[in-house]
Design a protein around this ligand. Structure first.
Ligand code: COI
Length: 352
C-alpha cells in the first residue's frame, strides 16, 4: 500500500470538546480504484477534495453505498473496532444490490488498520469519544448512459465525534411516506435511502420531532426503523424489535443488543411490531421504553412517539433496559469489560 503523509497535521486547530457530528475529518484518507474489473492502487493520502467528471455515474444515478463504524481508544491508548468484519460483509451485500463490485476483505481491513494507526491521535479516550469511520464506494465512470458503471472508487474517511443527538429524541410515526418497499434497497446502506428520508424528516422536524419512525410501505401498520437507528420497544418487561426483512437494515448494534439482552435473561421477541400495539400499550401504561440502536447513536432512549396528532411521552424509569444494554455494549467497545463474543478487534498497523 502506498502511503503519502500530510505535511502537517490539522489536529491542533480542532476543539475536541465541541465537535459537531461528521463535520471535522482527520489528516488522511484511504483510496482504492476499480478499473477494468480489478481493485487497484490502494493508497493512503492526505485528506483532500476529489476530482470527478461532471457526468460521473454517481452524480446522476446515485450508485453509491457506505458503512458507518467507530474506532474507540481505551485507557492504555490501544485502539479498537467493533465487529468490523460485519461492516465489510454488509458493504458488499449493499454493493451487490446496486450492481457494484465487492471490495476484498484484506484491502478493507488493512486499509482501515493502517489509516486508523496513522490518525490514532484523533481518537480521544473516554466513553462517548470515538472516531466515526466512513467507508464508501461510488460509481465514477464518465457518461450518462443509465447502466451500471465500470469504474468505482472505494474510500475511507474518519471524523472524531461525540454524541450524535444532543437533546431528547422524539419520533413521528410516518403514516404517508415510506423509506423502503419489499423488493427494493431498504436492507442496503445505499446513499439514496438516506436522500429519500430527508424530506419527510424535515416535515417531522417542523412538527417538533427529531426523526421519522418508518412504517411498512404496504399498510403503514407496522413499525420499521427510525432515521439512522433500528428501534426497540419494551412492553412490560419484554423487548420487541422488528425482524430484518429486505426493508430494514441489519444493524450491528441491533444484533449486539439482541444477543446481550438474551444473555442477560431479558425476554426478546423479534417479530413485526404494529403501531396499534405500541400505542395501546402506552395507553395501558405497559409501554416502558422505546430506544434506538445504531453505530452513530449507540443506544439512545426515545422520549416520545407521535401518531395521528398525539405525542405519547414515555415514562422516566429506573434501571432502564436502554441504560443497562448501553453500558454492556460500550464496555465491550472501549475494552472496559470481558468480550465473551469476540466482537472487539484491536487496530494494528499493517506497514508499521
Ligand atoms: C450508523 O449509525 O450506522 C450511521 O451510519 C449513521 C449515519 C447515517 C450518520
Amino acid at each position: 500500500m502506498k502511503i503519502e503523509r500530510a505535511q502537517s497535521s490539522k489536529i491542533h486547530s480542532i476543539d475536541f470538546n465541541n465537535l459537531s457530528f461528521g463535520q471535522t475529518f482527520t489528516d488522511h484518507m484511504f483510496v482504492c480504484d476499480y478499473i477494468d474489473g480489478e481493485w487497484v492502487d490502494p493508497r493512503i493520502i492526505p485528506y483532500q477534495p476529489i476530482q470527478m467528471d461532471p457526468s460521473a455515474s454517481v452524480l446522476h444515478y446515485g450508485q453509491a453505498v457506505f458503512e458507518g463504524m467507530k474506532a474507540y481508544k481505551d485507557d492504555t491508548d490501544r485502539v479498537w473496532l467493533f465487529r468490523p468484519e460485519d461492516n465489510h460483509a454488509r458493504i458488499n451485500k449493499s454493493a451487490a444490490r446496486l450492481a457494484m463490485p465487492e471490495f476484498p476483505k484484506d484491502l478493507f481491513m488493512n486499509g482501515m488498520n493502517e489509516l486508523l494507526s496513522m490518525d490514532s491521535d484523533w481518537i480521544k479516550p473516554g466513553i462517548g469519544n470515538s472516531l466515526y469511520v466512513r467507508p464508501f464506494v461510488f460509481a465514477n465512470q464518465a457518461g450518462v448512459a443509465a447502466s451500471a458503471s465500470n469504474r468505482y472508487s472505494f474510500m475511507i474517511i474518519c471524523a472524531p465525534v461525540g454524541a450524535y443527538y444532543s437533546g431528547e429524541i422524539n419520533v413521528l410515526v410516518s403514516e404517508k411516506f415510506s423509506r423502503a418497499a419489499s423488493g427494493g434497497v431498504g436492507y442496503a446502506k445505499a446513499a439514496g435511502n438516506y436522500a429519500a428520508a430527508f424530506y419527510p424528516t424535515q416535515l417531522a422536524q417542523k412538527e417538533g420531532y427529531q426523526q421519522i419512525i418508518w412504517t411498512d410501505a404496504n399498510t403503514h401498520e407496522y413499525l420499521e426503523e427510525s432515521g439512522t437507528m433500528n428501534v426497540f420497544f419494551r412492553i412490560d418487561d419484554t423487548l420487541i424489535t422488528a425482524p430484518t426483512t429486505d426493508t430494514i437494515l441489519d444493524g450491528i448494534t441491533r444484533k449486539s443488543v439482541i444477543q446481550i439482552a438474551k444473555d442477560m435473561g431479558i425476554s426478546v421477541e423479534v417479530r413485526p411490531v404494529k403501531v396499534a400495539e405500541v400505542i395501546e400499550a402506552h395507553k395501558a401504561g405497559r409501554l416502558k421504553e422505546i430506544f434506538g440502536a445504531g453505530t452513530a447513536v449507540v443506544i439512545s432512549p426515545i422520549h416520545g412517539i407521535g401518531f395521528q396528532g398525539t405525542k405519547h411521552v414515555l415514562p422516566t424509569i429506573e434501571n432502564s433496559y436502554a441504560a443497562m444494554l448501553k453500558e454492556k455494549v460500550v464496555h465491550i467497545q472501549y475494552n472496559k469489560s470481558e468480550d465473551p463474543y469476540q466482537w472487539r478487534k484491536e487496530v494494528v498497523a499493517v506497514n508499521a
